[in-house]
Ligand binder design. Structure first.
Ligand code: FAD
Length: 397
């Protein structure tokens, strides 16, 4: 792990947002020798038990940081990714994800509870002398003259913190982004994710709990995999025109009932298993290729490049951001504005390509008619091993 040669700046580095990206950045920077303050609006960092696929490109970084070790016994490992036709229930292709994937991409492909990853990062942050966590602190605004003056609200009181630089890791609805780029709200994508969990014993008999499944059907796709223990994490994504914000637990939504009536027995059975679903309208932004202001303020993770989750790369890209950002700051610790410009230049091409690939997947997954027929034939022909090669640029980079 690279470290600072010089003594760190007298003022700390500030991070707004203590999600996966913010905490990873805090840890990486603290390990390098920087003093970090993290401001998170939540009073406690807990998240309901949604699953997260952790791909090798992110796991190589998390392993080097010791986080993978902290997750020992809490992750699941699928042997393969099976792509299924939701219309007739047949398998279209199977891509290996076990030892072969580990060998090819230098790290395993795992799944974890988001809460477990967040907890592992949080514990490491709490153990670091270089990190101060400020929970229950909501970002208000900042000014960037002679460093950064950061303003936040805690228990109804307005407070300030001076820093040498500010990193906005405050998610898809980022306040720091609004202040830095003033480029409007993120876009509702028209897709809604319904998430649920159930016990693996309820999985239809013809499905294996040791594989990750991707079901493709007109206007719906679904992904499921086993998390630690016997918990299956299921996400079904449908298109919905109207945007309703309600994210409460609900019984099987009408839209899934309607959709599932058209599909094979297995997909229908699967969608009927969970008692409760949580609804997540999906927001994103079109890739942003503009130059950002030359300031000691930057963005990371979903705040920088909110993407659709159809390549399972949002958190992975936040981890990669944290890694590259740290290296850039190590190279120019006294000039964070230059370091941030360098970071942006180094990340832009890759995150743009990933944002576009994720959006394209959404279209392809939901094909119907002739286009679905052609897609299925390509998947059958390509086979699992050659499919792995198509992911080298994502997982091997
Ligand atoms: P967040 O995790 O959103 O964290 C932002 C933090 O900032 C939060 O803690 C929030 O409370 C805080 N915050 C916000 N506003 C303020 C404020 N004003 N003041 C202070 N704090 C603030 N990615 C993967 O890599 N693999 C997957 O399998 C995967 N599956 C997904 C499935 C679904 C259905 C969805 C919706 C997303 C999925 N993602 C996946 C994407 C992933 O969840 C996100 O990309 C990732 O969490 C982004 O991390 P972040 O730290 O940038 O933002």
């Amino acid at each position: 792990m690279a470290k600072l040669d010089a003594t760190p700046h007298a003022d700390p580095l500030l991070i707004a947002g203590g999600g996966i990206g913010g905490l990873t950045a805090a840890l990486k920077l603290a390990e390098a020798g920087f003093h970090i303050h993290v401001f998170e609006q939540a009073d406690m960092l807990t998240e309901s038990g949604a699953g997260l696929q952790l791909s090798p490109n992110a796991l190589r970084i998390l392993r080097e940081m010791g986080i993978l070790e902290k997750l020992r016994g809490k992750t699941g490992r699928s042997n393969s990714l099976r792509v299924m036709s939701g219309v007739d229930g047949k398998q279209l292709t199977e891509m290996p994800l076990g030892d072969i994937a580990q060998k090819r991409w230098g790290a395993p492909y795992l799944v974890a509870h988001r809460a477990d990853l967040q907890q592992a990062l949080l514990e490491a942050c709490e153990a670091s002398d270089n990190i101060m966590l400020h929970l229950g602190c909501r970002t208000l605004d900042y000014s960037a003259e002679h460093g950064v003056q950061f303003r936040y609200e805690q228990n109804g009181a307005q407070k300030e913190q001076k820093g040498c630089a500010l990193i906005g890791a405050d998610g898809v609805h980022s306040r720091i982004r609004a202040l830095l780029l003033n480029d409007g709200d993120p876009l509702f994508s028209g897709y809604v994710a319904y998430r649920a969990q159930f016990n693996a014993r309820d999985l239809p008999r013809m499905l294996s709990a040791d594989s990750t499944y991707l079901w493709l059907a007109p206007n719906l796709h679904a992904v499921h995999y086993k998390l630690r223990g016997d918990m299956i994490n299921l996400v079904a994504i449908v298109r919905e025109d109207s945007l309703q914000k309600n994210q409460d637990e609900m019984a099987m939504p009408e839209i899934l009932q309607d959709a599932s009536r058209n599909y094979t027995g297995t997909l229908r059975t699967l969608l009927n298993i969970p008692q409760n679903w949580t609804r997540w309208p999906l927001f994103h932004r079109l890739p942003d290729t503009k130059t950002w202001p030359h300031l000691p303020v930057t963005l990371l993770g979903d705040a920088a490049h909110p993407m659709l989750p159809f390549l399972a790369q949002g958190a992975a890209q936040a981890v990669e951001d944290a890694d590259v950002l740290t290296n850039c700051l190590i190279n120019e610790p006294q000039y964070p504005d230059d370091a941030f410009e360098n970071y942006r230049a180094r990340r832009m091409k890759r995150v743009t390509k990933i944002q576009k690939a994720a959006a394209e997947n959404g279209k392809v997954f939901h094909y119907s008619g002739l286009r679905a027929f052609a897609r299925n034939n390509v998947l059958k022909m390509i086979g699992g091993r050659r499919m792995m090669a198509l992911y080298d640029w994502v997982y091997g980079a």
